[in-house]
Each structure stands twice: as structure tokens, then as C-alpha cells.
Write a protein of this length. Structure first.
Length: 637
């Protein structure tokens, strides 16, 4: 008998448990199958174990345990070796279900699916439920009717849903290349026509865009040949008049000719939007509205981060090229998956949260909903700009025009700071236009300088020739200034704390009840308007707000907030938050007028989240005043 991959994983789990008896539902949850399938697998595995001195004891009420010598278990693992079969994994099973239901003209029987994967019908029902849990399109769902599996909804939204589901499953597939997964899902001739066409015509676009476009196009054509047709709204047709998608239409005509397909105007236009939203043809350009929105966005980011982003031409140009296609994607419900999303959210979590806040004005202006993938793509541009800014930060030395020993001063400053820093000199008479935030440290060697406007935390006054004592003070000031760059003004946070918005050891058992409870309190106190609730739930539908260490940080549109506040709720028992479990929810409700403080607020929140021992204290507390005191003490250490 040949063991299937799931059964091999089952055997490994049994061996790992070291003869500890576990119930069937323990294994069914890990392996994503029903308990009925577990008992069926036990029968198959029992036959396999006849060649070893091993036995599975399975008694209802007592649990399941693998009995026998450890040496025999080791020999069994060695024998199984690399005989795993990907076909029978839950992820691959779900991919095949999508293929059979969405890309075939045959009826798909739940009984046939169960038999082909050696699982129970209950496991297939669970698979269908999982597919529906990924999908966010309200009128689309996979359903079972008269023992057959169907996908229901409007064709436009069905294609959006299929792409989102496939992205989710491909991301979870082990050792699978994008190309290999697509070859298993789509007609091979169709795949290679589309693959080679875009390989040839999208040389200058990032791989993440190319793969997204390939997937959208494959879904469209695979369903088109089965007779499914999309519809274009009057609004979308009017947008077409303003875009002038001439090169895009040439691409579609070329693909249709290769595939021998004639297409009506609605489907032609739908596919044109797909291509243009990935910015492959460069037909769509930024207009005055885009430029104004980007300038406002950069000004807000400048206020939050204290960096002059508007002076960064490379950043501005990147956003000008990126925004028009991004906005079209979001208006059309086209999603691009960033394969680096989880790493970006983990590595740059503070900047990620800041960008979500700052981009809310773009969402309002264009009536769109940003998702995690789109924010992560924008974050890359900003991280490059920030790293360049930090690298270019220099030391400013203020001097009198009659200074005689400028080279001596330069040498002594150079000996006092790391060599990576550039040193600039400026005459004390020319300080009116200086942007102090550009400098890491400001050294004043000139007498009689009006220094009220110079930030005191990075400012030091010395003698005109910089003596040994001055050099020591420069070293200390440089170190202090660099430490301050990573700190926040925690005193301002007290303005956002209210013990009436802190709820401890709640008995609430699910995410939606927790959010609704917090939002009810905010609405009742007049902190937010009624639209804020919708913005919170829309944000949750687009991506996880889970941060780390069993903490979630949801947030909504700042334009719907009247008065800024931070709400906390902890739970007696962890609750499910998407794919994670959380013990605390921190709801940030920050109004537009407090934009300058959002960075400090997020940094303060991360002080909490990154400290496991602090979190454990907060989880145990049942007094709101004590909760606030623990936070205050932690921030001031």
C-alpha cells in the first residue's frame, strides 16, 4: 500500500506525540479533514504497519495512539522518505476544486471530489466553506446544490473572487512556483500564449505586476471560452472615453488573433481595464487631480515624519507613475498580490500603519478602499526615500565669516563624530533659510547667533576653535541626538487616554462583537460619526490588522473622527482574528487635526506590542487606572 501525503503527516504527528493519546478531532483540525476521514486513514495506515512491529490503538473516548518501539517508528519514517504526494494536501485539494468548478464545463459532484482525494464529504464541505471565507465579494459564493458544487454571482465579481482565492492558495502552497501552479489550473495552450505574450510585452514592469496581469488574463480567457461574459457599466464606458487606451487595444487584438477569438465591446473593454490597471501599456497618465492628491499626500507625510518628501523628485515621480494605475485597479476591483507583504508588514510595521492613515485622503478623494498589498507597494517608495534621507543627513557647523582656522575646526569635528557623516559649514549671517530638520547635529562656533529657532535636542554651542572639552560635548550630544530620533513624546498620549474607553478581561468571544462593542462606545461618546464603523469593517475585509504577540490594531478613516482617542479591550480568553488569536485590541481613532502626532502614537503602541512581559501584566489587570499606570511607567523607562 502507498501512503498519501496526508497519511504520512498523520503518522509523523502520531510519532511526535510520544504515545500520548489524542482525540480524533485534534488531528482533524491540524490536517484540515473531518474526523470521519481520520478514522478512514487509520484503517489504511493499520494495513501499512503490518510490516513493522507497530500498532494504532483507536478507541472512542480514549483517543488515538501509536504503540511500539521507538526504533521501529524511526525505521517507518525512513521508509516513507520522500513518498509525499502533493495532490492530497488541503491546499492543492482546494486549488483543484476551484479548477473543476470555475474552469470546466462539466458538473462537479461532491461525491466524486471526496473519492478522488480519499476524504469524506465533510472535508469537501469544509473546503467550500474555506473558499467562501477568503472571498470578499458579497454577491459571490461557492455553494452545493443537489450534490453538485457551483459558483454563483455576477461574472465580473466572480473573476475578482477567483483571483483573490487563487492568490491566497498559491501563497500557501509549499515549493510551488507561480508558473507551475498556473499550468495545473489552466489550459496549457492558453497559458503559454498568454505567458509568452506578456513576457515579451511587459519587460519594464515588476514581476509582481506581470504575474498579477497573467493571472487576471488567464481567468478571463479560460471562462470566456466556456461562454461566460462580463458586463461593463455606463460609468466604466465613460471612463474609457477619457483614457485613450490605444496601445492596450492593440495588445488585446494581438492576443485574440493568436487565440482565434472574437470579442464583444463589453468584454474587450473589461480586459482593457485589466491590462491598463497593471500599467503595462503606459497609456494612462497622471492628470491635475492626481498631481494635487499626491502633493497633499506628501505634505501630510512630511508633517508626520518630519522629512521634506516634496523635495524628493524621485519619490514624487514614482508616485506620479504609480497612482493612476493603482486608482484604476481599486476602482475595478483588481487586486495585485505583493509576495513580500508579510515581510514588509513585519519589518516596517510602524511606517505601514502611518501610510494607511495618511492615504485615507486618497481613499476619500477617489472613493476607493486601499488594501494591504497596495499600501506595501507604496511603502517601498517611501522606505527608499527615508533611507536616502537618513544617509544624507549631515552635520552643520555655524561659523563667523572672520574665522581664521576653518580647517582646524573641520578636523576637530571630524575626529568627534563617525566618519559616515558629511559636514557642512554655513556663515552665521545666512541662517534665515536653513531647514534644521535636515541635520543630525548643529554645532555653533559663532558668537552672538540668535538660536531660538534651532531645535535644542540636536544643538550645541562651542568655542570658536573647538577645544578638547567641546569635542567631548559634541560626542555626547551626537549620541543623544541619535537616540532621540528613535523616541516619541509620550506625554501627548495622555490626551488620548480615557479610562471609559478601556475594557479589561472582557467575555466577548468574537472579532465582530468586539469591534461593534468598541464602536458603540465611540459613537455614544460623540468621538466618531456613523460612517466610521463602515470604514473599520471595510478595512478589516481588505487585510489583517493583526500586529504581533496576540495584539490587533484596527483603525478607520480619520475624516470620520471628531475627537481622537485610543480604545483598549483585553479578553478573558483569546478570540479569533482572521488567521490569528488575539488577547488585546487597540483601536486607534485619530482625527485629521492630529496627523502630526500619528507617528508618535504608533511608536508608543509598538513599545507595548514588542514587550511580552508588559503584555502579560496588562492581560492580568482588571483595574483601568492601574492599566494606564503600567503603560505610563513603561513609556517613561
Amino acid at each position: 500500500m502507498e501512503a498519501k501525503k496526508r497519511q504520512i503527516e498523520f503518522i509523523k504527528l502520531l510519532i511526535k506525540e510520544q504515545e500520548i493519546s489524542r482525540p480524533a478531532n485534534y488531528y482533524s483540525k491540524i490536517l484540515n479533514v473531518s474526523t470521519k476521514t481520520i478514522y478512514s486513514d487509520i484503517k489504511d495506515i493499520t494495513s501499512l504497519l503490518k510490516s513493522w512491529e507497530l500498532n494504532i490503538s483507536s478507541k472512542r473516548g480514549l483517543g488515538i495512539v501509536l504503540e511500539g518501539k521507538q526504533s521501529e517508528k524511526y525505521k517507518l519514517i525512513q521508509h516513507l522518505g520522500e513518498s509525499n504526494d502533493d495532490k492530497y494536501t488541503p491546499i492543492n485539494r482546494r486549488l483543484i476544486i476551484v479548477k473543476e468548478v470555475c474552469f470546466s464545463d462539466k458538473k462537479v459532484s461532491i461525491e466524486v471530489l471526496a473519492q478522488s482525494f480519499f476524504v469524506s464529504k465533510t472535508s469537501i464541505y469544509n473546503d467550500i466553506e474555506y473558499l467562501n471565507s477568503i472571498n470578499s465579494e458579497k454577491d459571490v459564493n461557492f455553494s452545493i446544490d443537489d450534490k453538485y458544487v457551483y459558483v454563483n454571482g455576477t461574472e465580473n465579481n466572480i473573476q475578482v473572487s477567483i483571483k483573490k482565492i487563487l492568490y491566497n492558495l498559491i501563497d500557501k502552497s509549499e515549493n510551488k512556483e507561480f508558473k507551475d501552479v498556473c499550468l495545473n489550473l489552466f489550459d496549457r495552450k492558453l497559458f503559454y500564449e498568454i505567458w509568452h505574450f506578456y513576457q515579451k510585452n511587459s519587460i519594464n514592469i515588476p514581476l509582481v505586476y506581470r504575474n498579477s496581469l497573467i493571472l487576471s488574463t488567464l481567468i478571463f480567457y479560460q471562462r470566456y471560452v466556456l461562454g461566460y461574459r462580463v458586463k461593463t457599466t455606463p460609468n466604466e464606458k465613460s471612463v474609457y472615453q477619457t483614457l485613450g487606451l490605444h496601445r492596450t487595444f492593440q495588445y488585446i487584438n494581438s492576443i485574440n488573433k493568436q487565440l482565434g477569438i472574437q470579442m464583444n465591446k463589453d468584454n474587450f473593454l473589461f480586459l482593457a481595464y485589466q491590462i491598463e490597471a497593471h500599467n503595462i501599456s503606459k497609456d494612462i497618465l497622471a492628470d491635475d487631480r492626481h498631481e494635487k492628491a499626491i502633493q497633499d499626500f506628501l505634505e501630510l507625510m512630511e508633517e508626520i515624519e518630519g522629512i521634506d518628501f516634496l523635495e524628493n523628485f524621485q519619490l514624487y515621480q514614482s508616485l506620479i507613475n504609480h497612482f493612476p494605475a493603482m486608482i484604476l485597479r481599486l476602482q475595478m476591483g483588481i487586486r495585485i498580490a505583493n509576495p513580500l507583504l508579510s515581510e514588509i508588514k513585519k519589518e516596517y510595521s510602524k511606517l505601514f500603519a502611518v501610510l494607511y492613515y495618511a492615504l485615507s485622503n486618497i481613499e476619500d478623494e477617489y472613493q476607493i478602499q486601499l488594501n494591504d498589498d497596495e499600501v506595501s507597494l507604496i511603502l517601498i517608495y517611501f522606505q527608499i526615500a527615508i533611507e536616502k534621507y537618513e544617509k544624507n543627513k549631515s552635520i552643520l557647523v555655524i561659523y563667523s565669516k572672520d574665522i581664521q582656522n576653518k580647517q582646524l575646526v573641520l578636523n576637530r569635528v571630524r575626529n568627534s563624530i563617525p566618519s559616515k557623516n558629511e559636514i557642512e559649514f554655513i556663515d552665521s549671517q545666512n541662517l534665515n533659510q536653513v531647514r534644521w530638520e535636515k541635520y543630525r547635529l548643529i554645532i555653533n562656533t559663532a558668537p552672538n547667533v540668535l538660536d531660538e529657532d534651532i531645535p535644542i535636542e540636536k544643538y550645541i554651542r562651542t568655542s570658536s576653535i573647538i577645544n578638547e572639552e567641546d569635542q567631548v560635548n559634541i560626542i555626547l550630544k551626537y549620541a543623544a541626538a541619535n537616540m532621540l530620533e528613535g523616541t516619541s513624546d509620550y506625554d501627548l498620549l495622555e490626551d488620548y487616554f480615557d479610562e471609559k474607553k478601556i475594557f479589561l478581561r472582557s467575555a466577548i468571544r468574537n472579532k465582530y462583537d468586539a469591534l461593534n462593542f468598541l464602536l458603540d462606545e465611540l459613537e455614544a461618546s460623540g468621538n466618531v460619526n456613523y460612517n466610521y464603523r463602515e470604514s473599520i469593517f471595510n478595512r478589516e475585509a481588505l487585510g489583517s490588522t493583526y500586529i504581533d504577540n496576540q495584539v490587533s490594531m484596527p483603525h478607520g478613516n480619520p475624516s470620520d473622527v471628531y475627537k481622537s482617542s485610543i480604545s483598549f479591550i483585553t479578553f478573558e480568553k483569546p478570540i479569533r482574528w482572521g488567521s490569528y488569536k488575539v488577547k488585546m485590541v487597540i483601536l486607534l481613532s485619530i482625527c485629521e487635526g492630529d496627523a502630526k502626532n500619528i507617528k508618535s502614537i504608533i511608536e508608543a503602541i509598538h513599545v507595548i506590542i514588542s514587550n511580552q512581559s508588559l503584555l502579560e501584566k496588562l492581560y492580568r489587570v482588571d483595574d483601568e487606572c492601574e492599566f494606564i499606570q503600567i503603560l505610563s511607567d513603561a513609556w517613561r523607562k
